[in-house]
Design a protein around this ligand. Sequence first.
Ligand code: ZN
Length: 357
Amino acid sequence: MTPPPWDDLRLKVHILLFDIRMTTPVRLPPFKGSALRGAWKGVLTRAYCPATPEERQRPGHADACPACYLTERENDPEARKPYALRPPLTHETDFPPGATLRWGMVLFGPAWLLLSYIFSTVHDMGHVAGIGHQPGKKGARGRFELTTAYAEHPFRPHHREIIYTKERPLVITPQNGAVTLEDVRRESQRRLAAMSEDEPIVRLRFRTPTRIVHQKKLVKAGKFAFAPFFQRLLERLYMLAHDFGDPPLEDARGRLREAMTAVRPLAERVHVEEDRTWWWDYKGYSSRLKRAQPMGGLMGEVVLRAPKAVWEALMVPLVWGEVAHVGKNAVKGQGWYALSGAWGTGSGKARSEKRGR
Ligand SMILES: [Zn+2]
C-alpha cells in the first residue's frame, strides 16, 4: 500500500510563549508542567466559570462556557484537550524575586479564539492564585508577573513575534498566524531535501518526559522502538484532527486504521541505532483521580536510521508531533520532542535553545 499523503491532518495550531518574572521567592518542582497546569486550571474554573459544580457536569455546558471548553474536557480521560503545555526546561527549583522563566502553550483549533481568557488567566495565575510555594512562608504560593508574550511559528523565518509587553498591556494579533498542514509539508520537504540518498540518520530527543504505552505497558528507558512510538503519534494526531481539525476529520478511527495499515511496514523499517534514553521519575497530583500518581517518562535521545523513502513517507506526522506532542499528559507538558538531522536542529526554537535560552 502506498503511504497516505496526510491530507487528514488538517490542524491549525497556535503557539504562545510567556516570559514571567517572579515577584516573590518561588519554589517549583524540577518538572514544572503539573504546577503550571494546576494553577491554570484552578484560575479558569474559579474565576471564569459562572456555573455551580452540578451545572458544570451537564452535557453541553463546556460548549457554551469558554473556561470549561479549556478545562472541563479534562474530566473525560478519552477526550483530547484543546491545548498542550510547554513547561520551562530548566530543572532548577528555587527562584528569587526578579528571576525569569519562559513557558508556553500550544493551542489547537478554536482555542485560539479564547486568547483574551488565556491572557487574563495567566495574569491571575501570577497575581491571584500563585504557583508552587514560597519558601519559608507556610501555605503561601509564589507570585509572578507576565512581562512579555510571543506568538511563535517554528517554521517561518520571523518565528517569534511579540504580542504583549507589560509596558504596553494590549494583546496584538500576530502576523504569523497558525501552523498549518501546508507549513508542516514545506518544513518536511526542507528536511528531506537536506538528507543524503542512502540511509539517513534522524535524532529524536525528548525535551520533556514522554510516556508511550505499548501492549498495555509503558515503554521504559533503553527499550525504545520506533513503530509503537509512531503509532501513538498517529493516534494523537488523528484524534486532534477529529476534535479540532479545520474542518474536523470525520471517521477519524477508520481513517487512522487505514493510515496505520499503510505505514506500519515502513515504520518497522526504522532501526534504532542508539538508545540513550533515561527515565525521569517523579510523581504528580491528579485532581481527576484525587491522588498522587507516577508521572515519569522517557528523556534523552534515540538515533534512528532508515532508507530515505521511509523518511519521505513518515516525515509529515513526525514534524506535526514536534508541535503537538506525543503520548500521555500533553496538558501537563509531557511528550514534547524535537528531531534533528542533516537539515540541522529543526525549528528556530531548538536553535535559540542552544544559545542558552
Ligand atoms: Zn463552565
